[in-house]
Design a protein. Sequence first.
Length: 71
Amino acid sequence: MFREIAIGDIVRMRKTHPCGGYEWKIVRLGADIGLVCLTCQHRIMLSRRDLEHRAKSISPGDSESPKSIKP
């Protein structure tokens, strides 16, 4: 069974990204998961199954606050 994940969670991968970063932020949920590298801001999409296999740990990120609209 898949782990419970949410937008804003931080994922630590088993292998490094070519930029040297291990940590990714979840920015999209669905059949595929959208991730952004916290080191170089590169965006990727992984299936839930691939994310489960490649992730070492998933920690809750900061709570998503509603964005304020400036006049």
